[in-house]
Design a protein around this ligand. Structure first.
Ligand code: SF4
Length: 225
């Protein structure tokens, strides 16, 4: 099955516990004010990919001992069929790897999905698309409700564990800060800087200032209209 992606990154260390594969779906119509990923809004932008191609990245990440998969966007539930297939395939590969490794292997990898939909907006179709996930982080980004809660951009967003693994992995962080770094920066060969994680209010402005002081001018920013 085909899907539209904004991109992928491994190892991602700022959106969920441990070293993870990050997968960002393209397309979001929710339009949160203050969204830092406006480049993911246009459903026709990004790049085409297949679920199999993403699963090949997941297989490699598992072989490297990844702690989990984080699917974000964009809005993953606006490509619900592809999300369902990706999560089902990711769970199969994870469970197969566990069976081969036995109890001496890595900790089981968890599957986490970010959605801007509120729990009350999760229709049966959306619930079905999330069936393979271990946990979901729900809710719009609300710029007026800043937070330091782990892996969340605003205080209204909720971590909802969906499986025993999700409860074990995310239960301790429902009301706590994340243990590791909040932001990760990588640069592509094309001069593009990519930021992964959830900045605190004002941190993007600070980053722009610091880069400017170091002689680096940003020509476009995904967090500005
Ligand atoms: S914060 Fe998430 S849900 Fe809101 S507009 Fe941005 S990508 Fe969409």
């Amino acid at each position: 099955m085909e899907l539209r992606l904004d991109g992928t990154h491994y190892p991602l260390e700022t959106l969920g516990p441990g070293k993870r594969l990050g997968v960002w779906f393209q397309g979001c119509s929710l339009g949160c004010a203050g969204c830092m990923s406006r480049h993911t809004w246009d459903p026709a932008a990004g790049t085409p990919a297949t679920v199999s191609e993403v699963l090949a990245l997941w297989r490699r990440a598992l072989a490297d001992g990844a702690g989990g998969l984080t699917v974000s966007g964009g809005e993953p539930l606006q490509q619900a069929a592809a999300l369902a297939e990706l999560l089902a395939g990711a769970a199969r590969l994870r469970d197969g790897a566990r069976r081969r490794e036995g109890s001496a292997g890595h900790r089981p990898a968890d599957l986490l999905v970010y959605t801007g939909y509120e729990p009350a907006e999760l229709t049966p179709e959306r619930h079905a698309a999330l069936a393979g996930a271990d946990a979901v982080i729900t809710g719009r980004f609300r710029v007026a409700q800043p937070t330091r809660l782990a892996w969340r951009g605003s205080a209204n967003q909720r971590i909802v564990p969906l499986t025993p693994l999700g409860a074990a992995r995310y239960g301790p962080y429902l009301a706590r800060e994340a243990p590791g770094p909040r932001l990760q920066v990588t640069s592509g060969g094309d001069g593009e800087l990519r930021l992964y994680g959830v900045p605190l209010r004002g941190e993007l402005l600070q980053l722009e200032r610091r880069l400017g002081q170091g002689g680096v001018a940003l020509t476009e920013r995904s967090w500005r209209p």
